[in-house]
Design a protein around this ligand. Sequence first.
Ligand SMILES: Cc1cc2nc3c(=O)[nH]c(=O)nc-3n(C[C@H](O)[C@H](O)[C@H](O)COP(=O)(O)OP(=O)(O)OC[C@H]3O[C@@H](n4cnc5c(N)ncnc54)[C@H](O)[C@@H]3O)c2cc1C
Length: 459
Amino acid sequence: MDTTIKQSLMEIVGRENFTDALIDLIAFSKDASEHMHRPDAAVWPVNTEQVSAIMKLATEKRFAVVPRGAGTSLAGLAVPEKGGLILDLGRMDRILEIRIEDRLAVVQPGVVYADLDRALSPHGFFFPPDPASGSVCTLGGNVATNAGGIKGAKYGTTRDYVLALEVVLPDGRIVRTGSICMKSVSGYDLTRLFVGSEGTLGIITEITLKVNPRPPMNSTAMATFETLEDAGRAVSEIMYSGIIPSALEVVDRETLMVINENTDLNLPEVEAILVAETDGYTREETDFQMARIVSIFKKNNAITTRKAHSTEEAMALWTARKSAYGVVARINNNLVVEDLAVPMSRVPDMLTSISKIAEKHNLSIPTVGHAGDGNLHPVICFDGTDGDEVRRVEEASAELFERVVELGGTLTGEHGIGLAKIPFMGLEHDRRRIDLMRSIKDLFDPHNILNPGKMGLEG
Ligand SMILES: Cc1cc2nc3c(=O)[nH]c(=O)nc-3n(C[C@H](O)[C@H](O)[C@H](O)COP(=O)(O)OP(=O)(O)OC[C@H]3O[C@@H](n4cnc5c(N)ncnc54)[C@H](O)[C@@H]3O)c2cc1C
């Protein structure tokens, strides 16, 4: 990037909101994945007009622009593969309006998930997607990745809550999509096209979100199982029993062993643990739902079941699930956090396949996941300085994705394609579908300026 472009960028955002300092460029060369590429410069715009001026300049001078929220992507979505400019939306972080009478909130893209949740709380409302990274990730990033979380089975993902957007297109035009009404079928659904588009079609500068009343009560229970089949049958049966738990999470034996080896939590080393949560408006309602779930656990040969009688007990039951990533990340040099999803009835098949693939390639792959919506997170642990191990990780990943597709699943439930899953796009999508996606990219971004090199859109 030549100095005249840098000068123009400084004029647009002000010197204090521009950097090409090496230390910043190194920080911006990574997200939470293993991928790394250094940008040429970074800016922090503070309003939509600045974003628009930056994009006009990028189109005129043909440099790449990568929008960035908090950089917590786990699949290389926010990494500037072709260099260029990082456009960090972190300083556009105002909650513009909470309009409870219309059940909506209007926010800038740099608002952190948890900050919106905190602001909604006094109104008795919440924004349900609840990604585990919610204390740091931004709502712009959530929309661009269609983020989800443990409440997905009952409440869906970010996509289900985005009513309207303001977006800056690659040539600098500002467009508004959607409607603030709860219902609208007025023309093509441009809003949803931007949701999950990984910053490849436009820069989201304002978001209107539907918000939900927060159920005040919940119940939590945990069950241990000696076989994956029993746990899997329990999951299926719960999900068609008429009860929809607000969370239904699975933790496998490998994860329990890794946690036990590295903490004093002393978890039961069974084949699988399921943790369920129900929510509602009265204690009777949540307890009624939980009693049904516990009876399904028992019917499917749970070795033990435990129901929490206080908030502290509930937190204790969540320990295995919630401590898993932290423990695994702390003790391994490198991790690939996979994010595949299969139909719920195939969760046991997939868990069995993951453990066979781990054994075959002599790798540790602890797995946790959202059993209630079939979204599993096998975490492939390795040492990136060991060439042989890296090769085995690549082979194991390829086998995992082949198996996912065989089971009717999808490469990613919530983290996106980014750079990490490009090699596997052809397993899930046929040529026609990929061509259609490429035509959409061409229509919005004919010069391939926005987040180039992602999602397998080039080729
Ligand atoms: C410990 C941990 C736990 C996680 N748990 C979950 C989880 O439970 N569920 C889940 O879904 N994800 C999870 N993630 C992944 C990640 O947090 C989500 O993908 C999140 O939505 C990314 O938000 P971000 O602000 O960090 O975006 P970034 O990582 O900065 O960017 C992600 C993508 O969005 C694009 N983007 C960002 N802002 C904009 C914008 N304003 N306009 C256009 N494009 C934009 C970027 O270009 C990039 O393609 C987790 C990550 C970590 C590290």
